[in-house]
Design a protein around this ligand. Sequence first.
Ligand code: HPA
Length: 235
Amino acid sequence: MTVHIGAAPGDIAETVLLPGDPYRAKWAAETFLQDAKCVNEVRGMLGFTGTYKGNPVTIHGSGMGMPSLSIYANELIRDYGAKTLIRIGSCGGMQKQVKVRDVIIAMTASSLSTPSSGIFKEFNFAPCADYGLLSAAVAAAKAKGTATHVGGIYSSDVFYDERPDLNEQMTRHGILGVEMEAAELYNLAARYGRRALAVLTVSDHLQTGEALPSEDREKSFGDMVEIALDAAFQD
Ligand code: HPA
């Protein structure tokens, strides 16, 4: 047990998928894992452990935003020994060629600040994905025929953004999409020598204003979960 996770030692697998939404953790575990059992309910942040093709996996909510993800990722890594951490979540598209329902696999995650900014101070650390996981996810997405983009994303501290000028510069510099968690996950993986990746479904688009209809969400999110699971156990 840790401050925020009630799981017993050994109840968390070395491979952890991290959706922001705890109910999506429940849905993904019930849909894609065998013998999934609930291992955490503290503060309603649900976590489940089961197996995928015989491999132990935990799917645990991270909450929204980097401060929340940082709490869970720190405890999963430092107290439960998580070795492979894959964020699965939604993002806003920031390029014309990126369409709603497409998948983005994040090579890097830019940010204005993260919970790790206090360590880096004036240094501009570049948080990046684990290359083995990234290339395995690209192969898994290709095998599924999912429209996929690979490149940089932006981890924002705010959903209701008051800086359209900043979004413009991000788009101009090729950033594919915006979400609120990946940069801190990549920072923590670098700090503790773990593997991390973010696989994201484009749920809305900043330029076109298009949003994924709720009835399409399940299928699109399902593709993303399978890509993450296949990538985790490819090698
Ligand atoms: N901004 C930040 N996070 C998001 C968005 C967005 O537009 N869409 C999905 N997650």
